[in-house]
Design a binder for this molecule. Structure first.
Ligand code: IMP
Length: 415
């Protein structure tokens, strides 16, 4: 089986939990885009584990995690994540492979991201250097994981990059210049440690597929953050849609057999940008507190609001999604009334170009007012909860296949 898991909102839909839950049936969990901006939270036994760089399926026995060519890679964050993961599995390194084609996130990328965010250009990024690293990739001046093993080339390109960045840092941002020798030494140290796990991901994955292995493709961020199809310019710097799986891993597109969409039972977003159903009132505030809606990467409070069927429908079409996982349904259990946006009064469908002007129309139903976190069987759900699920299916045209009702791996209702 080859299955892609993608987010249908603005990220933070709970893809981490979904991948962790499904990965036991796969041999490989491959990330195809994004970098340390991702914050995939997984509850493993009694601890909460947050993955930024490592594919989160690796907590399942026998699953190999691959960081693909389409990702950007920060060795500093990777090694700190690895030392945390070693507390769970001391041999975790044997389960992780990094593409030699992956572009490196360098200290100057993080610095530039932070400086920009403090200026008028800020869009509310995670300040992890993602945008500047992808910029260098497409400007064809980036450094790749494989370059770490060609010292002379690495040194020369690093020096050239730093002298250009220093010009920009000093002239435009009036910041201190960087020294290349310190960065060089640090990255050569990473090189030694990374050597055994660096691979040609395209060759590795094509070979695995020829041998009949099963792969789960782990998306990061969400469709509304896609560089082309999201709410530009308030987006991330990669393609978050399922079409990105092939190019991000060096695979022909026909290998993506199924795409499972993940949507939260309400909507959240971090960072700036349009959000038609945002609630700045009591409802939104309660969602944030009950749902613990604070960024896994930055700790920022997430903006919250009702489920928006039109954006999920839009995202599903872009990804080829027919079935979804609805997450955090248990968070809705204390509200007297629940509403979902079923469309807009001033537009026939969601369109990112006019997202800041859309006026949602809502359908409201009574809340279910019952703790559903222990329920594992659809029939045991309160009627009002079933009604909410039916509304979502009706207005999105999608089939709900799983419902997540708590952070634990098995807190899932299968339909
Ligand atoms: P960047 O990806 O750090 O450049 O941030 C660009 C936009 O994407 C900002 O609005 C971020 O808050 C958002 N973003 C990036 N990664 C994630 C994520 O994993 N979850 C939710 N939002 C994200």
């Amino acid at each position: 089986m080859k299955l892609a898991v993608v987010g249908l909102q603005w990220g933070d839909e709970g893809k981490g939990k979904v991948v962790d839950y499904l990965a036991k049936d796969f041999d490989i969990d491959a990330r195809f885009q994004g970098g340390t901006n991702a914050g995939h939270t997984v509850r493993h036994e009694d601890r909460e584990v947050i993955f930024h760089q490592v594919p989160c399926g690796v907590l399942n026995k026998g699953v190999i995690g691959v960081v693909g060519a389409g990702c950007v890679f920060d060795p500093a964050i990777f090694f700190s994540e690895l030392s945390n993961l070693k507390k769970i599995n001391p041999k975790i390194e044997e389960c992780i492979k990094i593409s030699k084609y992956c572009h490196l996130i360098m200290p100057y990328h993080i610095l530039i991201d932070k400086i920009r965010e403090e200026s008028k250009q800020g869009i509310g990024t995670t300040k992890k250097g993602i945008g500047p690293a992808y910029e260098d990739k497409y400007a064809r001046v980036g450094l790749r994981v494989g370059d770490l093993f060609n010292q002379e080339f690495f040194k020369e390109r690093l020096r050239a990059n730093i002298s250009r960045k220093n010009l920009m840092l000093m002239e435009i941002y009036h910041a201190e210049p960087l020294s290349d020798s310190e960065i060089f030494d640090k990255y050569m140290d990473y090189a030694k440690k990374l050597k055994p796990i660096v691979i040609n991901d395209a060759a590795y994955l094509n070979d695995a597929l020829t041998k009949g292995k099963n792969i789960i493709f782990e998306g990061a961020q969400g469709t509304l953050l896609d560089i082309d199809f999201g709410t530009y310019p308030y987006v991330t710097s990669s393609h978050t849609v399922s079409g990105s799986v092939g190019v991000g891993l060096g695979l022909p597109p026909f290998y993506v057999e199924q795409v499972l969409g993940v949507a939260k039972a309400y909507t959240t977003r971090v960072g700036f940008g349009p959000f038609p159903t945002e609630s700045t009132e009591e409802f939104g505030k309660s969602l944030r507190e009950i749902g613990k809606e604070y960024g896994a990467t930055t700790g920022r409070p997430r903006r919250c609001g009702p489920f928006d069927a039109a954006i999920v429908k839009y995202a599903a079409q872009l990804n080829g999604v027919k079935e979804i996982v609805l997450t955090k349904f248990d968070v809705l259990s204390s509200f007297d009334k629940l509403k979902i946006a079923v469309g807009y009064t001033n537009a026939p469908a969601f369109d990112p170009f006019i997202a800041d002007r859309l006026e949602p129309s809502y359908e409201e139903i009574p809340g279910f007012k019952k703790d559903i976190s222990k329920i594992r069987d659809y029939d045991a759900l309160p009627d009002e909860a079933k009604e909410y699920l039916k509304l979502i299916e009706h207005y999105t045209g999608l089939k709900i296949k799983y419902i997540s009702v708590g952070p634990e791996r098995n807190a899932v209702i299968r339909l």
